[in-house]
Design a protein around this ligand. Sequence first.
Ligand code: WTA
Length: 635
Amino acid sequence: MSNYHIKHLEEYFQVYRKSVNQPEAFWEEIAEENFMWRKKWNAVLDWDFSKPSVQWFRGAKLNITENCIDRHLLTRGDQTAILFEPNNPNEPAEPISYKQLSVRVNKFANVLKSKGIQKGDRVCIYLPMIPELSVALLACARIGAIHSVVFAGFSATALATRINDSDCKMIITSDGAFRGNKTIDLKGIVDEALDRCTCVESVLVVKRIESEIQMKSGRDFWIAPLLEKASDTCQIEIMDAEDPLFILYTSGSTGMPKGMVHSTAGYMVYSAYTFKNTFQYTENDVYWCTADIGWITGHSYIVYGPLANGATTLMFEGVPSYPDFGRFWEIVQKHKVNQFYTAPTAIRALAKHGTELVNTYDLSSLKVLGSVGEPINEEAWHWYNDNIGKRNSPIVDTWWQTETGGIMITPIPYVTPTKPTYATLPFIGIQACLMDENGQELKGNQVEGRLCIKFPWPSIARTIWGNHQRYKETYFSAYEHKYFTGDGALRDEVGYYRITGRVDDVIIVSGHNLGTAPIEDAINEHPAVVESAIVGFPHYVKGSALYGYVILKDTGESRKHDNLRKEINQIITEHIGPIAKLDKIQFTDGLPKTRSGKIMRRILRKIAANEMENIGDISTLLNPEVVQSIIDNKL
Ligand code: WTA
């Protein structure tokens, strides 16, 4: 039996028990047998959730790119590492072998060095889903630079905030992006952001859409001529196990986005191990995750996890609706995809278009279907199972977070019996628990509470960049000695978990986490706005959509309201990005508040969801009368 690849349910239970009873011995064996180290560790684990501090494989030396690339060159150098499928279906797909990937990463790393990037420097990456994006991550990792990828749908303001927060010295971008039948002017957005950033010394630009762009002399460089000249060998930087590998921003309930810091060794071990088992990847399979590398799912399960296993990972530049809603299935057929990993919002958007298109494609290569990012509703689960998997490919509903670095609760396909809407059992090494409102752990089955983790796992984020105190307050203060996830969950009669959703002010819209506070801050900048409150409400495709309650300075004539709605969404687009636009905006004279002045979002949520009968007690409000007027004017 190899603990690295679990194939039977009994094996899962046996390995799980070992991972909990002897976590250090367990992870030591996984680390030792499956990865390349330049030096072994002095201690497998040091931890103290009260500080909080977690160190895995302390004292070990390694480079993650040696594990993701170099070690595969002898055994599978000609195998495809990254299979690039362009936005335009008429443009040929580009298979990049491990050998070619090695050349590209080494050259790119040398270019970074030639521009003065050194170990520990932060490099911001703002690129579309093209091979250079994966290459740029790996090139940073090779020389020990810390990458901070910003999703290329964020606005100039959001980009500038993230660049400044982690003091990035360089930004890597492209002249633009293809997205369906549109193009996006990425370089223009970068130029605007850089007006507000003094830390950036150089900008490397990939040519993708061949548009006319401004190049600032001395600061901006086309990357192609630099790559051409660069040597194709670049020595790895030997990293400490705990050296940061990357920063990735995620929204919090309040304030600035949080720059979650992931370290090298633990992240590598856990992302690789979860990839192998959650997708049951076997030699020569073609694996496809449709996420963007701008999110954690892309980091762990397009780039690092698959490559550490020597897998073939497909990277898709486009969108599911272009040239039509059959595109995903066309790609599955064309590349004989074996594992397909996507988000419930995509499944629902495709389900809306029926099965006629789906049925014109041969999907028989599929063995495993994955879901991630938000709870998958029963209807979407069955549509996916019936029409895509033909009831033949288990669905792995994987629960995890940017902060966890890897999958935490999931079925293992062909091992764990699945159950619609349930993420089922904790992954190996994950000690999940549910807590009640009084801070007591809920023991036994058939209970519902707040989801926490009792013990560290290798890829837990180590801190928030520049703000360890906030890290402690957000994740380790709600319950003593436990990591608090911010999610609610229930455990059924056999111990399966079902995630019920966020219990804080983070709203997941089309799989993207959005904090309400930054959106409200943006709206409040509009000169006509006094105050605003944002809540989520159920939406068939997006899962949740945003409902805004806005108080205007002068209630004015209602015919002006449509213009104001447009302007408010425009401000949100400028401050955050189009993903944060509101679906509904209700103008109101007041917001329900507690006597201490806090907005009662619970009430606003109920109204937005049309659940007026469940509003509950409003007598303790400062202004109970406002509730009825909001209900009367509900959109
Ligand atoms: C939610 C994405 C239910 C959850 C990997 C979590 C899920 C947040 C699931 C993290 C799932 C993710 N079922 N909810 N299978 N997967 N979530 O940081 O609320 O973008 O806390 O990481 O998404 O989102 P993030």
